[in-house]
Ligand binder design. Structure first.
Ligand code: GLN
Length: 441
């Protein structure tokens, strides 16, 4: 714990929003005493981990990397984090990310752009960039990111580590600051499949405080170490036939396919929605949901209030001064698609497309056990570049957002393509995803 805290203090990748030094050292001392007295300790006991700065951890600053919440301290602890604390894991850092999860690069933050672990001139990815970089740099053993449309999987891919978006509802969202509630997922980032499995099992389970959660079975080491049941794998033709994909990523993806075939597994081409349709459906719904979720942040109950002449002005100045350009763009976009005259044509159409996308997945999974895809069409951009063109940034999410809309378990593994390979299975089949990842190693 001490070593990692020191390394985090020296780090030049801008991964830290706040260090939890005092509490971490105190917890570590207790574990040391336990060991010294000969008591046995649990698997996660004493393990230092990081938390994306959008999770409530009682008494800690929880800023969402925003000016609006830069002085906000959590009043309670998120369920997923509480379960890790109960297992004895030790949180050491609240991690830098795109403000409120809005972004794909971790540049939309008041704490400075997160720098990539492999090449610091490039972005760390986002929105859970600080979390992925901390794992890649060994500053944390694992980190807890949040994935609404790719925010765990894409930075994991950009930094060569594992990142899982579990099935929606497997882990409670209570205490995760809401971005788009219908796709928000708690997701672990780590350096091995085994670590992902352990952390996933610890955080999973039904929670009375999140009505969308369900009871899942723990995934055992044995269950994911043999490949009995995987016979066929599919991929979306249009993802890799588009002009938008980088040649190197494409070539790498096809060599992953060859590797899978060589192991005796059938690989099938599948039809899917166009990337543009996926991106516009996702952003329509995500913006609508975030506009609604963020309406509570007006400086009254939470946040950095800027007093003005009257209440309405106070709301307005607080929000316009404290939200970033990107967040404001999404609030305006979201309110637009929800407003009378537009909602039928845009928001309701988005909902209906989402149903069709889910239907498409259901049909796919009657044909194949696993779907694979590249994580991103392009390699990580240089810091500063993606801020110039928000639309291009949205399009870079083309391969991650569909699985979010489908609420499917999807894992990034740091092999197969330059920015990682995504492995997806049907709902609640997180076990199969980890099993296939092991099989591919
Ligand atoms: N890049 C996507 C977005 O900005 C996904 C972000 C996320 O998963 N939090 O919405």
């Amino acid at each position: 714990v001490k070593e990692k805290l020191e390394a985090l203090k020296q780090n030049t990748n801008n991964t830290v929003n706040s260090l939890l030094e005092d509490s971490a050292l105190e917890s570590a001392k207790k574990v040391d005493q336990k060991i010294a007295s000969g008591e046995s300790i649990g698997l996660l006991e004493g393990i230092p981990f990081g938390i994306k700065d959008v999770y409530m951890v009682q008494g800690t600053y929880t800023t969402a990397s925003s000016d609006l919440l830069k002085n906000y301290k959590s009043a309670y602890t998120a369920t997923a984090i509480q379960k890790l604390l109960d297992a004895g894991a030790i949180p050491i850092v609240k991690e830098n990310c795109d403000s409120f999860g809005h972004g794909s690069s971790s540049e939309n933050t008041i704490f400075g752009a997160v720098k990539n672990a492999i090449n610091p001139e490039l972005v760390g990815g986002g929105s859970s960039g600080g979390s992925a970089v901390n794992v890649a740099k060994d500053y944390t053993v694992f980190s807890i990111g949040g994935d609404t449309g790719g925010s765990v999987r894409q930075p994991a891919g950009y930094n060569n580590v594992y990142g899982l978006k579990p099935t929606y509802g497997r882990i409670s969202r209570y205490g995760l600051m809401a971005y788009a509630s219908s796709t928000d997922c708690v997701g672990p980032i780590a350096k091995s499949i085994e670590d992902i499995r352990i952390v996933l099992n610890t955080m999973s389970g039904k929670d009375a405080k999140d009505q969308t959660t369900y009871t899942s079975k723990a995934i055992t080491e044995e269950a994911i170490s043999s490949n009995g049941s995987i016979k066929s794998v599919g991929y979306f033709k249009n993802f890799v036939e588009s002009d938008a994909i980088d040649e190197k990523i494409k070539a790498d993806f096809f060599s992953a396919i060859e590797k899978i075939k060589a192991k005796g597994i059938e690989v099938k081409e599948l039809d899917f929605f166009k990337s543009d349709t996926l991106v516009s459906t996702y952003y329509t719904l995500a913006m609508a949901e975030t506009a609604s979720n963020l309406s509570r942040l007006d400086g009254t109950n939470y946040g950095n209030r800027i007093e003005s002449d009257n209440l309405k002005e106070t709301y307005s100045v607080t929000r316009s001064e404290n939200f970033s350009e990107e967040t404001k763009r999404r609030i305006v976009g979201g309110n637009q698609v929800l407003s009378q005259g537009f909602s039928d044509e845009i928001y309701l159409k988005g909902l209906s497309l989402r149903d069709q996308i889910s239907q498409n997945f259901e049909e796919d999974f009657s044909e194949v056990d696993i779907i694979i895809s590249p994580v991103t069409p392009m390699s990580p951009p240089k810091i500063g570049d993606s801020l110039k063109d928000p639309l291009a940034m949205y399009l870079s999410d083309a391969y991650t957002v569909g699985f979010s809309l489908g609420q499917l378990p999807t894992l990034t593994v740091p092999q197969g393509t330059e920015t990682g390979l995504q492995i997806t299975a049907a709902k609640d089949n997180d076990e199969l995803v980890l099993k296939f990842a092991n099989f591919l190693k």
